[in-house]
Design a protein around this ligand. Structure first.
Ligand SMILES: NC(=O)c1ccc[n+]([C@@H]2O[C@H](COP(=O)([O-])OP(=O)(O)OC[C@H]3O[C@@H](n4cnc5c(N)ncnc54)[C@H](OP(=O)(O)O)[C@@H]3O)[C@@H](O)[C@H]2O)c1
Length: 263
């Protein structure tokens, strides 16, 4: 069941010093307890956007919400009642929606089950589509074109072993990005960010020790792994009006991995 709540700014937090620009409508962030979701909440808050956060872990969500003076809704994105509740609680007009929810199940094809495929597709792609569907009326009420940011992966455009399920799901996210950009223009822009390995809980199983971090970082032309702040920076730019002529794009934040030889 979805629980709605709100938190007051913590007067000891550095973020409480931010002069919030009430001219912005709110941005609704799904996956707000995750690495990229949290980093995005902080950068959007610093830019003066009011926020409404959604996630499954109420204690973690309350902590992030307190830091960025946001309201929040607790629940699973595969529950349409949660999507409806989060959208309603976020407010009647929305400047943006960020869907920073994801899964990662890496298995050789022989061990992937139909349930694995369906879980990855449902959480990464179908839930994103339904979250946008619920928010379209509020996104359309924003006085300027509003902005949706989805997340693909470098694994949708490059082949990596054991990524069949997530690569298929993120391929669906890229198709969704382009089709909704067409369907919702000119009132709503829709773009996707495609990270390579970024140091969050999602990638932790691949980054078990310093050797793995060094080796995988070296596979990138920029010779390091991504940080959540790298992805949050582009997300914040895509939400902002400075990106008003960008829609239907899938943009890599990947240390050059998808297009540049590592050397
Ligand atoms: N990190 C990377 O290397 C990487 C690479 C390529 C793409 N991406 C994409 O970037 C986006 C953000 O990922 P991240 O790195 O920030 O991962 P993360 O730290 O693991 O965060 C993922 C978030 O998704 C939430 N989530 C998962 N399943 C959910 C469900 N059924 N209902 C509600 N929330 C759910 C998690 O909530 P809980 O805490 O409750 O589980 C968490 O808040 C994802 O779309 C991911 O696929 C990440």
């Amino acid at each position: 069941m979805a629980l709605a709540g709100s938190a007051s700014p913590d007067s000891n937090s550095p973020m409480s010093q931010v002069d919030i620009n009430t001219a912005h409508n709110p941005v609704l962030i799904y996956g707000a307890t995750g690495g990229i979701g949290q980093a995005t909440a902080r950068t959007l808050h610093a830019r003066g956007y009011p926020l409404h956060l959604c996630g499954r872990d109420e204690a973690a969500l309350r902590q992030v919400a307190g830091e960025v003076a946001a309201g929040y809704t607790v629940g699973d994105v595969t529950d349409r009642a949660v999507l409806a509740k989060a959208t309603e609680s976020a407010g009647p007009e929305l400047a943006g929606l960020v869907f920073a929810v994801g899964t990662l199940q890496l298995k050789p094809l022989g061990r992937v089950t139909l349930d694995d495929f369906l879980t990855d597709f449902t959480v990464n792609a179908a839930a994103a589509a339904l979250a946008i569907q619920a928010a379209v009326p509020a996104l359309k009420k924003n006085p300027e074109p509003s902005s949706v940011v989805l997340y693909s992966s470098v694994a949708a455009s490059m082949g990596f072993r054991f990524h069949s399920s997530i690569a298929m799901a993120k391929g669906a996210v890229e198709g969704l990005t382009r089709t909704l950009a067409a369907e919702l223009a000119p009132s709503i822009r829709v773009n996707a960010v495609a990270p390579s390995l970024t140091q969050t809980a999602l990638a932790a199983p691949l980054l078990r020790n310093d050797k793995a971090v060094a080796q995988l970082g070296a596979a990138h032309p920029m010779r390091r792994l991504g940080a959540a702040a790298d992805v949050a920076a582009l997300t914040t730019t895509l939400i902002g009006p400075e990106s008003g002529w960008i829609t239907g794009q899938v943009i890599g934040v990947d240390g050059g991995r998808s297009t540049v030889a590592a050397g």
